[in-house]
Design a protein around this ligand. Structure first.
Ligand code: PAF
Length: 258
């Protein structure tokens, strides 16, 4: 695996690889088995796999959330190499947002509700960084987790609206054996909070927004939203706070439980 830290370096490295399918897995690091599933899907389908590792400041509104985001570069690069990644792209914030940066992508309607309502500007940051990554890597396929169902929906819309020549694959949510969706944020939960957080997948499994809210509140969990969302597939989505940790999850409303 080769690690590239600048756009020029990655572009030069990819130049001779054009021709075979290039898969891109964008990440913010703190990799877990959910990311491993994305990397496995890319490895199975593509000739070359690029993984980006960049904690994108533009998608955080609270400085404490950005500063507290786990950074484990050494561990992440080892996991990526083990998963068969060919190129890891690990840019600095200045490389991605050079002085004078002023171009933003806003998926106006899909980015406004649910997460967008509680994290204003979040999807503007996500869409902008993803479009820039797509422009740098020029992938044939891009891989995202279904756990971030709204992110998948926003990016699908951006790809459609801007006629980007690539395909998005949404990979099913990976859960611990007790049902909690894997997330880099789970590491922040105390043992007691982690137990309490199990109420989230259980509540979503009711597939009923009112019943889910009631179950979450009964478990002492602060609910930001529990709503059905008309995505593809439609989901029951929720964001909650367990202690100081914010968790999101969703269950599809069609087909088998995840
Ligand atoms: O899902 C994430 O980890 C991030 O939102 C992404 C897609 C890597 C963009 O920073």
């Amino acid at each position: 695996m080769r690690t590239c830290r600048t756009i020029a370096e990655l572009r030069a490295a990819l130049e001779s690889r054009r021709g075979g399918a290039i898969g891109l897995v964008p990440t913010m690091g703190a990799l877990h088995d959910g990311h491993r599933a994305l990397l496995r899907a890319a490895r199975d389908e593509c000739e070359f796999v690029v993984m980006s590792l960049f904690v994108n400041p533009a998608q955080f509104s609270a400085p404490a959330d950005l500063n507290g985001y786990p950074r484990e570069e050494e561990h992440d690069l080892a996991l990526a190499a083990d998963a068969g990644v060919d190129f890891a792209f690990v840019p600095t914030a200045e490389e991605m947002y050079p002085p004078g940066f002023q171009t933003w992508v806003d998926v106006t309607e899909l980015g406004a509700g649910l997460e967008g309502a509680f994290r204003p500007g979040h999807f503007r940051g996500v869409a902008t960084v993803c479009l820039k990554l797509f422009a740098i890597v020029r992938p044939d396929l891009v891989y995202f987790g279904q756990k971030d169902a709204q992110q998948v929906e926003v990016l699908r819309q951006m790809i459609h609206d801007l006629a980007l020549d690539l395909e998005l694959r949404a990979i099913p949510t990976v859960r611990d054996t007790d049902g909690l969706a894997l997330s880099s944020r789970n590491a922040r939960l105390t043992a007691e909070e982690r137990q309490r957080a199990l109420a989230l997948p259980r509540a979503l499994a009711t597939r009923d927004a009112a019943a889910a809210r009631e179950a979450l509140e009964a478990a002492g969990i602060a609910v930001e939203y529990v709503e059905t969302a008309p995505f593809d597939p439609p989901v029951l989505a929720a964001a909650v706070r367990v202690g100081s940790t914010r968790l999101i999850d969703n269950f599809p409303l069609e087909g088998d439980a995840p």
